[in-house]
Design a binder for this molecule. Structure first.
Ligand code: SF4
Ligand code: ZN
Ligand code: ZN
Length: 318
């Protein structure tokens, strides 16, 4: 398809048409528009202070690498802000090693401090062990997908590492697709109150909880990917061997099909949730975070999810 001139600069040839807005963009204007969107999202939600130390969860995938690249660029306008990157090594053989390398190389190039925290060091086992023993084999254990377990431990690992580095904020690469999938997941799980609680900036407060921000939450996944390609950012493209069978995958497929037919639908879902959040949020009781009775880490319950999971695993292993 011939795309003619870029509708922004009117000089260069367009290489991408934004279906939901009709804009035709050259590579330079496209990248600038993504950066502008991230900047606007940060301002809209008051995500950062000029002197924040920001820890970025960098998995080595396209979203977190794009986020790192954009924040490193924006950081230049805030000389007192400091960036660092955290990669969680879950212990997934044949998968995480490549991502670690890619993340390490990119951090070196950007002169961003990079640390790696592993499940093995934090919890005493690799995720492969847990996946094999706890999730796959034992039919008496409530069946959750591997990602449900891994996600709980990854969040704990990131929070602990960010706190140890004295970061003020923990930025993650969740994009608009992730957010809309989560909104629908909460509907399908019959948990509409969670729609109000999942926000671009977490509001829960606890001395051990590092506030989470999602600067890419209004960027489409395919645009985060295109940005990485155009900026020649290397990222890991092979999928995690456990990323299957989750309800989220079905929702992703459904949303992508619908977006193809009805451009802008993902933004509509996202905006609807924003409106709902404003209404439901007012009616919800304030949720303070407790300290877990076993480990002292922040939790909405009496015992945190990682402790429950680790207890199960210990019992199972004897
Ligand atoms: Fe963990 Fe699932 Fe991500 Fe794999 S895809 S690293 S199992 S959360
Ligand atoms: Zn242009
Ligand atoms: Zn605990």
């Amino acid at each position: 398809m011939m795309l003619s001139r870029c509708t922004m600069c009117k000089r260069r040839n367009a290489m991408y048409m934004r279906p939901y807005s009709g804009e035709k963009l050259c590579a330079t204007c496209f990248c600038r528009s993504v950066e502008d969107k991230v900047r606007a999202t940060i301002a809209k939600h008051d995500m950062l202070k000029f002197n924040d130390k920001i820890a970025i969860g960098v998995s080595g995938g396209k979203d977190s690498m794009t986020l790192l690249s954009i924040l490193a660029k924006l950081e230049k306008s805030f000389p007192k802000a400091r960036l660092m990157a955290i990669t969680v090594d879950e212990g997934i053989s044949g998968y995480r090693d490549e991502a670690l390398n890619i993340a390490e190389k990119f951090c070196q190039k950007l002169a961003v401090e990079h640390i790696v925290v592993s499940f093995k060091d934090l919890f005493g086992f690799e995720f492969d062990e847990l996946a094999k023993d706890l999730i796959m084999k034992d039919p008496s254990i409530e069946r959750l997908t591997p990602c449900a377990y891994c996600g709980v431990l990854r969040r704990r690992a990131l929070n602990t590492a960010a706190r140890n580095c004295e970061a003020a904020k923990l930025a993650t690469g969740h994009n608009l697709d992730d957010e809309t999938q989560t909104i629908l997941l909460n509907v399908f799980h019959g948990d509409p109150q969670r729609i109000a609680r999942v926000k671009p900036v977490s509001s829960a407060a606890h001395p051990k909880f590092i506030r989470r921000i999602k600067p890419l939450c209004e960027v489409l996944e395919k645009e985060a990917t295109l940005y990485a390609y155009l900026k020649q950012i290397e990222f890991q493209s092979i999928p995690c061997p456990y990323s299957y069978a989750a309800l989220r995958n079905d929702i992703r497929t459904m949303l992508n099909r619908m977006e193809e037919k009805h451009a802008g639908l993902k933004y509509t879902v996202y905006r609807s949730a924003e409106k709902l959040r404003n209404h439901i949020g007012e009616a919800l009781p304030a949720t303070g975070l407790n300290s877990c009775k076993l480990c002292g880490e922040p939790t909405v319950h009496a015992i945190c999810q990682p402790c429950k999971l680790l207890e199960n695993f210990k019992l199972y292993r004897g």
